[in-house]
Design a protein around this ligand. Structure first.
Ligand SMILES: C[S@@+](CC[C@H](N)C(=O)[O-])C[C@H]1O[C@@H](n2cnc3c(N)ncnc32)[C@H](O)[C@@H]1O
Length: 232
C-alpha cells in the first residue's frame, strides 16, 4: 500500500481539494496548482515518477495476473505493450507464452528505470512514430488519460505501426457497463489529466475514426474491459 498511499495523499489530494472548481469550469485543478500537465510534472521529478510507477505496478500485478487467459493471442507472433509502465502486463504474457516476441514501450524516463530481460524495451512518446515489427499492440489505461484529440493522435500512431489486419487490445473502464458509472474515476481524470472515462460507444467511435473495426468486447475484471479490434 505504501506507494499507493504516496500517490493519493499528495498531488491527487491537492487536486481533489479544488474539485468544486473542476466541476464548475471543466478545467483540471492539477494544472492550475502545478502549472504543468500531470505526466510532464512526473517526468520532471524522478522520485515522483518512480513512486507513481511503483503504485501503478502494484495495481497492475493484481489486475493483469491472468491477462494471458483473457487475450486471444492464437494468431499473434509479436506483441507490444504501449504505455506499459514497469511491464507487469507484458511480463505476464512473456512468462505464459515463451514463443512470443514481447515488447514494452514507454517514455524514456520510465524505461530507464525498468529492469527486465524477458521483453524488448523501447522508449519514446506515443505522440510520435511507434516501433514496428509487432502484429499486436496492447494498451491498458492509456486512452482514458487523454482527451479525444490526443487519443486520436495516439490511435493513429498505433494504426501506422501495425501491419494490415494487425490486432489492437484496448483495456479500459467502460462507464456504461459499471454499476456506479465510474463517476469518481471520471472526476479524477478530469481533475488530474483533462480527460475522462468513456462509455463503450465513445471508445468504439474513437477507434472507428482511426481505422479500427471488427470489435469484440469482454470483461477483464469488475471494471476493466478488453476491446479487441483489427486494423482495417
Ligand atoms: C495510467 S498509466 C498505465 C500503465 C499501465 N499500462 C497499466 O495499465 O498499469 C499510463 C502510462 O502511460 C505512460 N505515458 C504517458 N505519456 C506517455 C507518452 N507520451 N508516451 C508513452 N507513454 C506515455 C506513462 O508513463 C504510464 O506508464
Amino acid at each position: 500500500m505504501a506507494f499507493i498511499c504516496l500517490l493519493w495523499a499528495d498531488e491527487h489530494l491537492n487536486a481533489w481539494r479544488q474539485l468544486s472548481s473542476v466541476i464548475r469550469t471543466g478545467q483540471p485543478s492539477f494544472e492550475n496548482i502545478y502549472q504543468s500537465s500531470f505526466f510532464d510534472y512526473l517526468n520532471s521529478k524522478p522520485e515522483k515518477l518512480r513512486d507513481y510507477h511503483k503504485a501503478m505496478h502494484e495495481y497492475a500485478i493484481d489486475d493483469y495476473r491472468d491477462i494471458f487467459i483473457h487475450l486471444d493471442l492464437r494468431s499473434t507472433k509479436a506483441i507490444l505493450d504501449v504505455g506499459g509502465g514497469f511491464g507487469a502486463l507484458i511480463g505476464n504474457i512473456a512468462n505464459a507464452h515463451k514463443d512470443l516476441k514481447c515488447g514494452l514501450f514507454d517514455l524514456p524516463e520510465v524505461i530507464a528505470q525498468v529492469q527486465r530481460d524477458d521483453v524488448y524495451l523501447h522508449s519514446g512518446t506515443f505522440f510520435n512514430k511507434l516501433p514496428e515489427g509487432y502484429d499486436t499492440i496492447v494498451m491498458s489505461r492509456i486512452i482514458h488519460d487523454w482527451d479525444d484529440h490526443k487519443s486520436g493522435r495516439i490511435l493513429n500512431n498505433v494504426h501506422e505501426a501495425l501491419p494490415p489486419r494487425g490486432v489492437l487490445f484496448l483495456i479500459e473502464n467502460l462507464t456504461d457497463r459499471i454499476t456506479n458509472r465510474a463517476s469518481g474515476l471520471t472526476l479524477n481524470m478530469l481533475a488530474m489529466c483533462r480527460s475522462f472515462e468513456r462509455t463503450e460507444s465513445e471508445y468504439l467511435m474513437l477507434l472507428e475514426q482511426n481505422g479500427f473495426g471488427e470489435f469484440q468486447i469482454k470483461p477483464l475484471n469488475s471494471i476493466q474491459y478488453i476491446i479487441q479490434c483489427h486494423k482495417l
